[in-house]
Unconditional design. Structure first.
Length: 491
């Protein structure tokens, strides 16, 4: 959408300095936010339009993440959300709460009161108060009107660039106007994050929860982020799934300091919360498919295949990716050309669009028709061999492997890649019944139980003790208390 009207373009040409126009816009369009007390420039997203924008973007969120969860867990989130929302400064917002069926630990909000919590975040939280803290934080973004502020200021900056471009004759600058499609999922500023933490603590206290729950959850989130980074072989700094809400080293401390300004309510409802999430799917669900070792299963669609040993499998929304230590990258996805077409023709005409057509070879993979080709290419400046494979799953539907293979890999690994190509097959009925997603369950610790004995029951790869600590919000040196509930992951 182009926010620059013809009248603004005319004014821009007449004035000596574009900053004068921008200053006039800011002066005439600032308002005081009732939640923060700050003056904000939010003219390009008036409060009256927020519900409409939220409803419009909500449909896109559902397309991106799939159907939202329903049932007792979703009802519980809505109940807690309404309890927290009842204590905000903005009574003009009708809040709506949704649980995304995703293992990624995340939460975000849209203008108009649309609040989203992931299933993965719920498995990380350890009390109702912590869930309320996350909801309070997201409501804080809504009451503080951070999206409206970001949208208006971002577009204002674009308007200034356009005005400068006109005066300087630089058309490249004048085209840099508008907001991106990912406006509402983009990362907030550090100041906006701290402000939402403060508002969340305020709303927590007003709802009768322990205001320290905000810092408690942020601490667990930081620990989970560092564990994810460690398992991925990356530095913990700046690597976490909470990309829309960046963790900074001082957020936990600041949230803890903010909590001291409010009565120290004891309400946390840990037992009630753990009862609600007992049995919740942990990690990828059957609807999304999941990895076990180097094999990927998708029970709902009914297929399975293997990746080379040592490859790290990452299940995304639209594709499965695998990264091997030798630098090989494999992407697996699905394509629907729109009509029934044989694999070789699909590869030549649709996928390759006529390029390299003479190199396509017809193959058969476990009774399914397929086609493959290979050619030299470059990935990030590195010479690779690109191998493409298309396998017909149903008439008009294809599964595809795309492999970027560094030059010089040994013959044994090339044999593994070939095995990956020919491993795609339909799951048997017994496999569909036997292969299940992991679940989070809550166990009451027996007398004599230790961290090690509890962690040994975790159906996870890697350091089970460390993952048990993170999952339960515990610190090194903590001990198991007999009779208390703890979370573990089982197959």
């Amino acid at each position: 959408m182009n926010f620059i009207t013809p009248s603004v373009w005319t004014i821009s040409k007449r004035i000596a300095k574009p900053s004068l126009l921008l200053s006039l816009l800011v002066i005439t369009a600032c308002s005081v936010n009732p939640a923060t007390g700050d003056r904000q420039f939010t003219a390009l997203l008036p409060t009256a339009n927020e519900a409409q924008i939220g409803a419009q973007e909500h449909g896109k969120i559902e397309q991106q993440f799939g159907k939202f969860m329903t049932g007792p867990v979703a009802d519980y989130v809505t109940r807690i959300g309404n309890k927290v929302a009842a204590n905000t400064e903005r009574k003009d917002v009708q809040y709506r709460f949704y649980v995304i069926d995703s293992p990624i630990v995340n939460a975000f909000a849209l203008p108009g009161g649309y609040i989203y919590i992931s299933r993965g975040l719920m498995t990380l939280a350890n009390s109702e108060a912590e869930l309320a803290a996350v909801i309070g934080h997201e409501i804080g973004h809504v009451t503080a009107r951070h999206a409206a502020e970001r949208m208006s200021q971002g577009t204002l900056a674009g308007l200034g660039a356009a005005a400068v471009g006109i005066l300087s004759g630089n058309q490249a600058v004048s085209q840099a106007v508008g907001t991106g499609a990912n406006l509402y999922l983009a990362s907030y500023s550090r100041g906006q994050e701290h402000q939402s933490d403060e508002l969340g603590v305020r709303y927590l206290s007003r709802a009768g929860y322990n205001p320290n729950a905000m810092a408690d959850f942020l601490k667990s989130l930081d620990a989970q982020s560092k564990l994810d980074a460690k398992q991925a072989g990356k530095n913990g700094a700046g690597f976490n799934y909470f990309s829309t809400h960046p963790i900074t080293s001082d957020r936990v401390q600041q949230a803890r300091a903010e909590a001291t300004k409010f009565p120290s309510n004891a309400t946390e409802n840990r037992a009630a919360y753990l009862t609600q999430i007992n049995g919740l799917t942990y990690g990828d669900s059957a609807d999304q498919g999941f990895a076990r070792g180097n094999r990927f299963y998708h029970p709902k669609i009914g297929f399975t295949f293997t990746m080379p040993k040592g490859a790290k499998i990452v299940n995304g929304t639209t594709q499965v990716a695998a990264n091997h230590p030798n630098g090989t990258v494999i992407l697996f996805d699905a394509a629907k050309p729109g009509s029934a077409i044989d694999p070789a023709r699909y590869m030549r005409q649709t996928w390759l669009k006529g390029e390299g057509a003479s190199k396509v070879e017809a193959i058969t993979v476990n009774g399914l028709r397929g086609a493959t080709t290979a050619f030299s290419g470059n990935v990030s400046g590195r010479a690779v061999t690109v191998r493409l494979v298309a396998i017909e799953w149903k008439p008009g539907e294809f599964f595809r492997f795309q492999m970027a293979i560094p030059k010089g890999v040994n013959s044994a690994f090339m044999a593994e890649l070939k095995e990956t190509t020919y491993s795609l097959r339909k799951m048997t009925a017994s496999e569909k019944n036997a292969v299940k997603p992991k679940k989070l369950i809550v166990l009451e610790a027996r007398a004599g139980a230790t961290i090690q004995t509890m962690a040994n029951r975790m159906a996870v790869e890697g350091d089970k003790v460390e993952q048990f600590f993170v999952l339960n919000g515990m610190n090194r040196g903590d001990r198991i208390i007999a009779g208390q509930p703890y979370k573990i992951v089982i197959n």
